[in-house]
Design a protein around this ligand. Structure first.
Ligand SMILES: Cc1cc2nc3c(=O)[nH]c(=O)nc-3n(C[C@H](O)[C@H](O)[C@H](O)COP(=O)(O)O)c2cc1C
Length: 245
């Protein structure tokens, strides 16, 4: 039987001896965006009617990953504010990367008032949502993610990146940069959500096979890398602690 490290060395050798693939301009490599299912809608700008925001220290003390939610829907303007904070932070911190590798936001709106129940392409700067994929039927609602419970969240925000362009521009460092940017953006969104009284968890994202065709995630020019499940916390059971684990 071949030892695992021999197998790894064989793979490295065969990659090293493979002819270099010619590099072309990055733009033509990009998979076409997912086909729109309906018109783009601007998500409302009305102020969040909820409780005042926690400050950063209280937010950090409160934050805890959670995978159980209230059935209550999320208001679309609040979700748009939260997504916008993550995207705007990325634009501020990484301005030179934006023309080449903008973060692509996809929102699975299971229960979002003001957004049709569908998977939307979401522009965090213009606050525009465009449906690009129908939701799976209710009996398969939990089929988009490996851990079924993320399918119970009112909303999943997923970030996709263009690995191919990043690799062409910066090699392996391009991949590391995209992971850093995506992690920062998702955690900015998560902390923004916690500061507004929401709960949820950052997680690995969609099952690739579930979104490959409808969202045109070819694994290179469009790859979903990180996600956030968000919603209101479940009500505390009568006379007890919060039902969250
Ligand atoms: C890159 C990354 C991917 C993750 N993927 C998952 C995941 O798929 N499922 C999951 O339950 N937790 C995942 N987590 C962990 C949760 O986000 C969370 O950090 C963990 O449950 C610990 O909870 P805490 O942050 O409250 O300590 C991931 C974390 C990171 C940084």
């Amino acid at each position: 039987m071949i030892a695992p490290d021999d197998l790894a060395f064989q793979l490295v050798d065969s990659f090293a001896s493979a002819p270099a693939s010619p590099r072309t301009e990055a733009a033509p490599w990009r998979a076409a965006p997912p086909a729109p299912l309906g018109p783009a809608v601007e998500v409302g700008q009305e102020p969040d009617p909820g409780a005042p925001r926690l400050d950063l220290a209280a937010t950090l003390q409160t934050r805890r990953a959670n995978r159980v939610w209230s059935p209550e829907p999320l208001p679309a303007p609040l979700l748009a504010d939260i997504i916008g904070e993550g995207v705007e932070a990325d634009v501020e911190e990484w301005p030179d990367e934006q023309p080449y590798t903008p973060l692509e936001i996809t929102v699975v709106a299971f229960r979002v008032t003001g957004l049709a129940p569908a998977v939307h392409h979401f522009d965090g700067l213009t606050r525009t949502a465009r449906p690009v994929m129908e939701l799976p039927p209710p009996e398969q609602r939990r089929s988009l993610t490996l851990q079924a419970e993320f399918g119970d969240a009112p909303a999943i925000v997923s970030v996709a990146v263009d690995l191919r362009t990043a690799e062409a521009r910066d090699g392996g460092h391009g991949y590391r940069t995209l992971l850093t940017r995506t992690g920062a953006a998702v955690h900015t969104m998560w902390l923004a959500g916690v500061s507004h009284g929401l709960t949820g968890s950052a997680f690995a994202g969609f099952i690739p096979a579930a979104v490959r065709t409808p969202l045109r995630t070819d694994g290179t020019s469009r790859q979903q890398v990180f996600a956030l499940a968000l919603g209101y916390p479940p009500a505390a059971p009568p006379g007890g602690e919060s039902a969250a684990p």
